[in-house]
Design a protein. Structure first.
Ligand SMILES: O=C(CO)[C@@H](O)[C@H](O)COP(=O)(O)O
Ligand SMILES: [Fe+2]
Length: 224
């Protein structure tokens, strides 16, 4: 899989989700931020809305769970038909068991890290996962400023993923490296240069005059 651009519906008009979804036909997936006002200080939407979004589109759904107790709640999003479900490692009690459960339900399993969470302690988990999400803002809100301090972690994670593909390694496979927070025409190139291949963009896309053109523009910048 090459470069992927995933608009975050958090910055869209929740009263017109169908229209907003249809405004970004070039998106590789729709990123849906689920927040519970415990793991992060904000409350967004949950399973019933995701079930409705599933009925409204055939696009890939990329669910970003910013919630406590993902072990308990995450599988239902896979059962609802989301192709990718990402939990935060800071909140997961048994991440390997959870990742295996998500995969057994047919979803890709993603693990997210807040800006202050290092990747090093979790390198052994990579073969169990389909995506690593490096947050480049503190999770909770759209429209925040990109944190450059996360770039070294993106580079280290790219090295760890690439090492899995080397001869004799545990796994050859397609583990996506996703960046979320403050992705824009100003920041996407340095994320791509650091090794990210999957980019969430909320305010940059839905704040643009022409959201789908912005998706294409971000993709072009990341491909260079
Ligand atoms: O998970 C989150 C925020 O916690 C994101 O997915 C935001 O929706 C990204 O918004 P922008 O930073 O791109 O405006
Ligand atoms: Fe997100």
């Amino acid at each position: 899989m090459g470069i992927q651009i995933m608009p975050s519906l958090l910055s869209s008009d929740f009263a017109n989700l169908q229209r907003e979804i249809e405004s970004v036909p070039s998106a590789d997936a729709l990123h849906v931020d689920v927040m519970d006002n415990h793991f992060v200080p904000n409350l967004t939407l949950g399973l019933p809305v995701v079930e409705s979004i599933r009925k409204a589109t055939d696009a890939m759904l990329d669910i970003h769970l910013m919630i406590d107790e993902p072990d308990r709640w995450a599988p239902a999003y896979a059962e609802a038909g989301a192709e990718s479900v990402t939990f935060h490692i800071e909140a997961a009690a048994a991440p390997v068991r959870l990742a295996r459960e998500l995969r057994s339900l047919g979803a890709r399993a993603g693990m997210a890290l807040k800006p202050a969470t290092p990747i090093e302690g979790y390198a052994d988990l990579l073969p169990e996962l389909d995506m690593i999400l490096i947050m480049t803002v503190e999770p909770g809100f759209g429209g925040q400023k990109f944190l450059d301090l996360c770039l070294p972690k993106i580079r280290r994670t790219r090295e760890l993923i690439d090492a899995l593909g080397s001869p004799g390694a545990q796994r050859r496979g397609d583990i996506w490296l996703q960046i979320d927070g403050g992705v824009s025409v100003e920041t996407i190139e340095r994320c791509a240069e650091a090794g990210a291949d999957c980019f969430v963009a909320g305010s940059a896309v839905f704040g643009a005059d022409h959201p789908d053109e912005m998706v294409e523009k971000l993709r072009q910048l990341a491909q260079h």
